[in-house]
Design a protein around this ligand. Sequence first.
Ligand code: MN
Length: 339
Amino acid sequence: MSLLDNAVLKIEVFGNEQPSSQSLHVAFGIDAFFAFPMGVSMTSFIANHQQKHITFHIFTDSLCSDDVLKLKKLSEQHDILINIYYIDVSIFKNLKTSLDWPAAIYYRFIMGKKLYGKASRVLYIDADTVCLNSLTDLFNCNLDDKIIAAVMDPINIREKNRLSFARYRKKINLQGNAYFNSGVMLIDINKWHDNNIADKAMALLDEKSSLYDFPDQDALNVLLENKVLFLDKKYNYLYAKEQSTKNILAENLAIIHYAARPKPWYIWYDYPLGTCYQKYIKDSLWSEVPPVSPRTYQEMKLMAKAMKRAGKTGEMLHWYGRYCITKVKQRYLNAAISK
Ligand SMILES: [Mn+2]
C-alpha cells in the first residue's frame, strides 16, 4: 500500500476518448494560481499539433470554476480530451514547500502511477512554458533502456557555477556529472511504474529533503541517474531572460521554459522573449485575464525599474512611491509583531 494510491480524489473529464495509442498524452501539475499560464501553454501546444488528437492530463488540488469552464470550452473547440485529476494535497504535508516550491511540484510523481495502463508515454510539461513547434519527433524518440527523456539543466553547464555545482551534486549523492531539469520530461509510463519511481521519490524526500535546494528535481535526478536520455536544449529552453527574439527564432525552439522570475504573465516582464508568450495569451481563452501586478514591495521595486527602462517616468515614480510606502509599512508591521 502506497501513500499515493489514494492521491486522486476525483476525476473530471471533458471531450471524447480516442484509442490511447493515437493520442499525444500531455500532463501538467498545478495549483489554482497556475491555471492561467497552463491554459496559455495548452493553447500553444494545440496550435502546433493541429493534425493530432491530444489528451491533456491535469493534476491539481483545486481550480476555480471559471478556469474549469474555460478548459471545457477548450476541449470542445479543438476536439481534444481533458482529464482533471483532483489531488489530496494533504498527502504532501510532510514534504518541503515554500512560495517557490508549492506542493504542486510533487504532482509530477503521481502521473506515472495514475496513467499506468492508460497510455505508454506522457510528456510532462511545467505550466510556465510555451510550445513553439511540433513535438511529434520527441514523442516518438527511442528511449532504449532509459525511463525518461529530459534536457540538461543549465545550472550544470554554466561555467561560473560548475565547481560549486559539482560539490552540490556530491552532497545530494549523485555519482556522475549529469543533472536534468524536471520541467519537461517525456516519461515511459510502464518503466516509471515498474521501477516504482513515484513512491521512491516520496520516500527519498521524506528522508533527505533538507539536503535539497530543488526538491522534486533533485529527488528525480538521484532516482533516475543513468536512466535519462538527454535531449537537445531546444525541448526545454531555459535561457528566456538572456536571449533576443531573433536568436531564438533561428534556433527553431520547441519549448521555451520561463523558469526564472519574473514570469512572462507578470506586468513588469520586459525581456524580448515575452513576445513569444504574449502571442499565445492573445490566442487563448485566458486573453482577458489581466497580467499579474506587483504584490510585494520587492516586486514593486522591480516594476519601478521596468518602467524606468520603458522610459515611463510617471509610472516609475508611482511604483517607486508605492515601493517605499509598502516597505516602511511592512517594517513597522514586522516590528510590531516581534515586540
Ligand atoms: Mn518551471
